[in-house]
Design a protein around this ligand. Structure first.
Ligand SMILES: Cc1ncc(COP(=O)(O)O)c(C=O)c1O
Length: 490
């Protein structure tokens, strides 16, 4: 039987080996060395098409704007563009990359809490679809810049509507306690101040983003309803908006393989195994809004509106795999005192994991070449990436190991040193893993290479893209030692 993490025509086991889109993972590791990120062009297209299907259940055009923050490697941006997506950027740098790779201005929206005058100038000069203003102050700044350029800026207002999602606290973005957006009342004041005939500002939309990895469809329905209620108020002021922007946040199921499931707290398990079908989510949310609109005799407001989404994770997370080598191995006496392993072992004795081969008298530590320098979320949010052996992918993964990265920090580990059970204490791999064995971390495409850094003088890794025509394209060279010096002046 295929392991639960396999995906037909994408992640497969043949002859005990991991294949990614038909490419043998071990060959990729041998050719390009590790750590190595491997992306699938076909999976990116598949994910974008899955989002686009939702257009058929709403009565207006759906504009998918991939959130470049999740991964803005140039070849990834090109793959996203070729798959038919538009783009959300979060800085002048991302805007620069977007235009350079060939996104048209009308395909681009610009978010961010701290935009500079220069960035606004660039966005207005380019004539992008909308700048999402984060505060009243920022609207005034956009007006100043537009006046200076003698141009009219298209602006959408980001609302902070007090919608709670069941995601991690640090990923919540629609609460007043978060740093984002403006209160709906402030936005209404702005719509009163800048009328539709304003010479420099075209306030053309409203935006919100409830957070990332949202496990519940109801949060989206609540968010869309709130956008509609604001649309009504804005209409009374005399503005006809061109779009409503529902943000990103569709979850990815990081726990398709449930072998580590018992090592998670209930909340973490629910979060990491969330699955929402955009088609179903939008259908439910749209129906609620249509009902509300009908009850208020306001269905005409939904005519000539475009609905925007800003998905990042759901486009790129499962399209990326990180291949990492075991570089060191050690054995330590079993941790008896700590909550961490002790509690887990007690639980494990009553569970199917009690059939583990290891005698559990020692901890076997494996030290890899991929730490939080490449997967920052593993440290900041205790994010879970399922781990398998690339060369023994079909074998039973039932031997427990303590896994850690290469950095000089005690926190550079694949478990939760705070003992809060946010990550499994032990990773299950085949028996007798030794140095040089190649492992694969799955679902690593989002918020990984976009956040990587050269801490400890570690070179940033190579990245390959498996093209739909079968070609293997190097889309980022591994840093050389010289690259570590590139901007230092001495
Ligand atoms: C404003 C905005 N839009 C879209 C996204 C993308 O979210 P996700 O990657 O969860 O789809 C983010 C990231 O949190 C964001 O801040």
């Amino acid at each position: 039987m295929n392991p639960a993490w396999t995906i037909e025509n994408f992640l497969e086991v043949r002859n005990n080996q991991l294949y990614i889109n038909g490419a043998l993972a071990i060959d990729l590791a041998n050719e390009f060395d590790t750590p190595l990120f491997v992306f699938s062009e076909a999976r990116i297209r598949h994910n974008i098409e899955r989002l686009k299907r939702a257009e058929s259940v709403i009565d207006c055009p759906l504009k998918i704007c991939y959130a470049a923050k999740a991964n803005s490697n140039m070849a990834i941006l090109r793959a996203v563009k070729d798959a038919g997506s538009d783009l959300e950027v979060n800085s002048g740098g991302e805007l620069f990359k977007a235009l350079k790779i060939g996104f048209k201005p009308e395909q681009i929206i610009f978010n961010g809490t701290s935009k500079t005058e220069t960035e606004l100038e660039e966005a207005i000069n380019a004539g992008i679809y909308a700048i999402n203003a984060d505060s009243f102050y920022e609207i005034e700044l956009i007006e100043t810049v537009a006046k200076k350029l003698k141009k009219r800026a298209d602006v959408s207002l980001r609302l902070v509507p007090e919608i709670e999602s069941d995601t991690l606290h640090g990923l919540q973005t629609a609460l007043l306690t978060s740093k984002f957006g403006m209160m709906p009342d402030e936005a209404l004041t702005a719509f009163r101040r800048w009328q539709p005939d304003d010479e420099f500002l075209n306030l053309c939309g409203i935006h919100l983003h409830i957070g990332s990895q949202n496990p519940k469809a109801a949060s989206y329905a609540e968010a869309l309803k709130l956008l509609f209620e604001n649309l009504r108020e804005i209409d009374k002021i005399g503005h006809k908006l061109s779009h409503l922007n529902l943000g990103g946040g569709f979850p990815v199921n990081y726990l398709r393989d449930k072998s580590h499931e018992q090592q998670f707290s209930d909340d973490q398990r629910e979060l990491f195994s969330a699955t929402l079908e955009p088609f179903d989510v939008l259908r439910e949310a749209w129906q609620i809004v249509v009902k509300t609109a009908a009850a208020q005799n306001a269905t005409h407001l939904l005519e000539n509106i475009e609905l925007l989404l800003e998905p990042g994770r759901s486009v790129i997370a499962d399209a990326g795999i990180c291949l990492t080598s075991v570089r060191n191995r050690k054995e330590r006496p079993l941790q008896k005192s700590g909550v961490e392993s002790g509690e887990w072992r007690e639980k494990a004795e009553d569970s199917p994991l009690s059939t583990l081969h290891s005698p559990l008298s020692t901890d076997v530590w494996l030290l890899t070449d991929a730490g939080f320098n490449l997967l920052l979320s593993m440290e900041t949010y205790k994010w879970y990436y399922h781990l398998i052996s690339a060369g023994r992918a079909g074998e039973a993964h039932d031997a427990p190991y303590k896994l850690a990265g290469p950095l000089c920090d005690g926190g550079d580990v694949y478990f939760d040193i705070d003992g809060q059970n946010r990550l499994p204490d032990y990773r299950l791999l085949p028996e007798n893993v030794q140095p040089n064995e190649v492992l694969a971390l799955l679902n690593c495409g989002a918020y990984s290479i976009a956040q990587m850094f050269q801490y400890n003088g570690r070179q940033l890794p190579a990245i390959v893209l498996l093209k739909e025509d079968g070609a293997i394209e190097l889309i980022r060279k591994r840093d050389s030692y010289e690259d570590l010096l590139i901007n230092d002046v001495w």
